[in-house]
Design a protein around this ligand. Structure first.
Ligand code: PEP
Ligand code: MN
Length: 342
């Protein structure tokens, strides 16, 4: 249930509603908009009819059921859109954000030249895998802690905030010490033990959509993070499995528009994994921004043919600069324009 407070309600009236929600056996989650507060009452097993009776409480405008199985993630439980701050970078704000960097951190030289190049081209955040989810156990698995140290060093030089993947609960502490944002990879989207632990971490989370996950399942995975106490979640569409064979995945851009319609969370797009082909990164990036994505995450390598992972979908620095140049200011503000109209 959502309890919408009246715009002229008092703090005491809000507190009464919060207390009653607890007495009825639910957990209250308050969001304060510029005009009024909204209180979501979530949980199972509580007394719903007692909650509905809150309609008669002073300062309450209305009490409405939440239409979807995801609650805190739903647009109904918040006024306005969530902005996720990662260092100096705001995801979900006035301008689409571009995150770029290698699939895997391979060496100091590779990481530093990529970071300098993407920064010069206008990217504002750096990606780089330290712990890699590889289909084959014989493939390069990432440099682990050594990669984390390099990422931290490169942030010191460039000022670019870092996002890197966490695959296992046991790596959360060390990754949180080094990175600014933690990525849940597509394969782990429904690793509920991992999500529960990440809900307790004081770092923003980039939650990739599973290759076979519906939009509802993706939003319910995000619900684990919000319900467990972490409101700083960015969704990432990275392509799903279909019958198509010419591309690694099928980039589901309509899901971006749908996720933004259903949820207040920012949604970014990964055209690299979404297509698996460097020739499609530019058109896919432009289409993603045009449909309202809040940003992009793009794989870049100084020499893609030598990359230890995902070379075929990685851009070199020159190609990346061209893609950046093709993302005009109006294109980069589509998401904000849609948000202003909503
Ligand atoms: C990655 O970002 O390098 C990655 C492995 O992505 P995904 O989880 O989307 O496959
Ligand atoms: Mn990759």
């Amino acid at each position: 249930m959502v309890i919408n407070m009246a715009s002229n309600s008092t703090e005491a009236e809000l507190q009464h509603v919060i207390d009653r929600i607890k007495e009825c056996g639910f957990t209250p989650h308050v969001t304060r908009g510029s005009e009024r507060a909204i209180v979501a009452a979530v949980g199972s097993g509580g007394n719903r009819s007692a909650l509905e009776a809150l309609k008669a409480a002073p300062g309450v405008e209305d009490v409405v059921p939440i239409a979807h199985p995801f609650k805190l993630v739903s647009r109904q439980t918040r006024s306005g859109r969530t902005r996720v701050q990662v260092g100096e970078v705001c995801i979900g704000g006035d301008e689409a954000v571009v995150i770029a960097g290698p699939c895997s951190v391979e060496s100091r030289e590779q990481l530093f030249s990529t970071a300098r190049g993407i920064k010069a081209a206008g990217a504002t955040m750096l990606r780089g895998g330290a712990y890699k989810p590889r289909t084959s156990p014989y493939d390069f698995q990432g440099l682990g802690v050594e990669a984390l140290r390099l990422l931290r060093e490169v942030r010191e030089e460039t000022g670019l905030p870092i996002v890197t993947e966490v695959m296992s609960t046991e790596d959360i502490d060390v990754i949180s010490e080094h990175a600014d944002m933690l990525q849940v990879g597509a394969r782990n989207m429904q690793n509920f033990a991992l999500l529960r632990q990440l809900a307790k971490v004081d770092k923003p989370i980039l939650l990739k959509r599973g290759p076979s996950a519906s939009v509802k399942e993706w939003l319910l995975a995000a619900e684990y993070l919000l319900a467990g106490g972490n409101p700083n979640v960015v969704l990432c569409e990275r392509g799903i499995k279909t019958f198509e064979t010419e591309m690694r995945n099928t980039l589901d851009l309509a899901a971006v528009a749908l996720a933004r319609e259903l949820s207040h969370l920012p949604v970014i797009v990964d055209p690299s994994h979404g297509t698996g082909r460097r020739d499609l990164i530019q058109p896919a990036s432009r289409a993603a921004l045009a449909i309202g994505a809040d940003g992009l995450i793009i794989e870049v390598h100084p020499c893609p043919e030598r990359a230890l992972s995902d070379g075929a979908q990685s851009l070199n620095l020159e190609e990346f600069a061209k893609v950046m140049a093709s993302l005009s200011a109006p294109l980069r503000s589509v998401a904000a324009a849609f948000a202003a109209q909503a």
